[in-house]
Design a protein around this ligand. Structure first.
Ligand code: ZN
Length: 258
């Protein structure tokens, strides 16, 4: 039994018993886990108003005999209030939360993913282009989770990929040059050389630069398609946050959006 402290991002919170909440937290040192926030729904509780989804807090937790740890104290460090002012920002933030919730194993610390999520929330809050931030962070999570093909070379012959479009087999994470693509056969996604190079660059970029260069137009559409295709393959079920994002897109750009 032990008391511990960590910087935590609240991913999700839902009602638990009468006055408690069950929160899914992503800790810098402790990874992703669920915990009970006792009495958080009572107005006099010290925890009331803390631990809202998409906020950063300094938390003190208690690990006892129960499988669920308890939140003893939480002090809001950053609230990112501007995320909820814009539906697209909110939609992308929810997608990233779902990605972490689905792909990061419980109690397995991943400081890289923590830094990526925190940087993305900060960039959304600063009003940066939502899809650009979402895609950069999203591909980073996929990469940490193991989707990390060698983006520069053909998976079969090993030659550098110098001509687009490049064929990609999402499930296997293989990329093919035009020659090997023909031999491999079967349906495959394609990605332009420009998108491929951008992706390679982002995966090595410091997360604090997420909002600096926007991804737009054809590249945005292409990378969105690739990202959500691969995500669906990883999670094996469609994410509700993705539907939310699609609906926002349709509202903004008409029925063909997404
Ligand atoms: Zn090849």
């Amino acid at each position: 039994m032990a008391v511990y402290q960590d910087q935590v991002i609240t991913l999700k919170a839902r009602q638990y018993r009468d006055h408690d909440a069950l929160v899914t937290l992503f800790g810098c040192k402790t990874g992703k886990f669920s915990a009970v926030a006792h009495g958080v729904r009572r107005s006099k509780s010290k925890l009331a108003g803390q631990l809202h989804p998409l906020t950063l807090s300094q938390a003190t937790l208690y690990h006892g005999r129960s499988t669920l740890d308890n939140v003893m104290e939480a002090d809001l460090t950053q609230g990112f209030p501007k995320i909820s002012e814009d539906l697209e920002r909110l939609g992308w933030a929810m997608v990233l939360v779902d990605v972490v919730d689905q792909l990061v194993p419980e109690h397995e610390p991943s400081e890289e993913s923590f830094v990526v999520l925190l940087a993305a929330l900060d960039a959304f809050n600063q009003g940066r282009h939502a899809a650009s931030v979402g895609l950069k962070a999203g591909f980073r999570f996929l990469s940490v989770a193991g989707f990390s093909p060698d983006w520069g070379y053909c998976s079969t012959c090993g030659r550098p990929l110098e001509q687009g479009p490049v064929a990609i087999a999402i499930e296997a994470g293989f990329l093919y040059c035009a020659n090997c693509r023909e031999k491999a056969g079967g349906p495959m996604d394609t990605i332009s050389l420009g998108s491929l190079r951008s992706l390679q660059y982002w995966l090595n970029e410091h997360p604090s630069k997420f909002g600096q260069v926007d991804v737009k137009g054809g590249m945005e559409e292409e990378l969105k398609r690739l990202f959500f295709r691969h995500l669906l393959h990883e999670t094996a079920k469609p994410l509700k946050s993705y539907d939310f994002l699609l609906n926002i897109d349709r509202l903004a750009h008409g029925p063909k959006g997404g």
